[in-house]
Design a protein around this ligand. Structure first.
Ligand code: KIV
Length: 281
């Protein structure tokens, strides 16, 4: 990555300056071709640890490793040129101490070229966020439903339903912003709590299952493209890729079985000029 490429990308400062302004468009990305499609419209591409579930078929994000995040982060950086790329810190990589968090965050930034990291910021995380930001690592927080805490919650469900839980989430958001995060993902909370968080913190909130009150929105890309049979209530499907892919594969399989694929257009013949072969084209 050249300095020129880095300069062309949307920066964390650009995102922070969008508080209360034009809504921030974010999606998750895990590989280069998809990143290249999303790049034009997205302000932020998040290499989310949701990749453990939606790419690798794990039951939760708990099993995601630094190596997985680095590999996918590198791919997303190669496929994009404009969006701010943020890489999730996996479970276990930042909770133990600010020093551990800093060591792992700098490894993610150095090995991927991404500009920022995200971590799930319970109140305990404020020290780590402050430590990292003061030393040059931009951090995005994540409050409300924190998927890495699935083994504490017992299920993926909306949070902030009791007065105590509401107060705790508000305090987490304020501590995250106070520690220097440049933006905060707010996941799986009721509209009035999302509104209150957004009004109280001075940095942009990025909602997922948190209503349109937030300063921006993010979705898990395979969910919004309809790759899975089931999606949570808060996901709007903008395409039905599962059905389209299935239809294409059914047709391909039937043509192979009938020997009607390949057709003449796809066959090399001696003496005919051939086009250069682009893999996958
Ligand atoms: O891992 C992820 O994709 C996320 C988003 C759901 C915000 O954290």
């Amino acid at each position: 990555m050249s300095a020129q490429t880095a300069a062309k990308r949307i920066s964390t400062a650009d995102i922070a300056a969008r508080k209360g302004g034009e809504p921030i468009v974010c999606l998750t990305a895990y590989d280069a071709p998809m990143a290249s499609i999303l790049d034009e419209q997205c302000d932020i591409l998040l290499v989310g640890d949701s990749l453990g579930m939606v790419v690798h078929g794990l039951p939760s994000t708990v099993g995601v490793t630094m190596e997985m995040m680095i590999l996918h982060g590198q791919a997303v950086m190669r496929g994009s040129a404009r969006a701010l790329v943020v890489v999730d810190m996996p479970f276990g990589s930042y909770e133990a101490s600010p020093e551990t968090a800093f060591t792992n965050a700098t490894r993610l930034l150095k090995e991927t070229g991404a500009q920022a990291v995200k971590l799930e910021s319970g109140r305990y995380a404020a020290d780590a966020i402050k430590f990292m930001v003061e030393r040059g690592v931009p951090v995005m927080g994540h409050v409300g439903l924190r998927p890495q805490a699935i083994n504490v919650y017992g299920a993926f469900k909306a949070r902030g339903r009791t007065t105590a839980e509401r107060a705790e989430i508000l305090a987490e958001a304020e501590a995250t912003a106070g520690a220097g995060a440049f933006a905060i993902v707010v996941e799986g909370v009721a509209e009035d709590l999302a509104r209150e968080i957004t009004e109280r913190v001075r940095v942009p909130t990025i909602g997922i299952g948190a209503s349109s009150c937030c300063d921006g929105q993010i979705l898990v890309t395979p969910d919004m493209l309809g790759v899975f049979d089931w999606t949570p209530k808060f996901v709007k499907r903008y395409a039905s890729l599962r059905a389209s892919i299935k239809e294409a594969v059914d047709q391909y399989a039937s043509e192979v079985r009938r020997r009607s694929f390949p057709e003449a257009a796809q066959v090399y013949r001696l003496g005919q000029p051939s086009r250069p072969v682009k893999p996958g084209a």
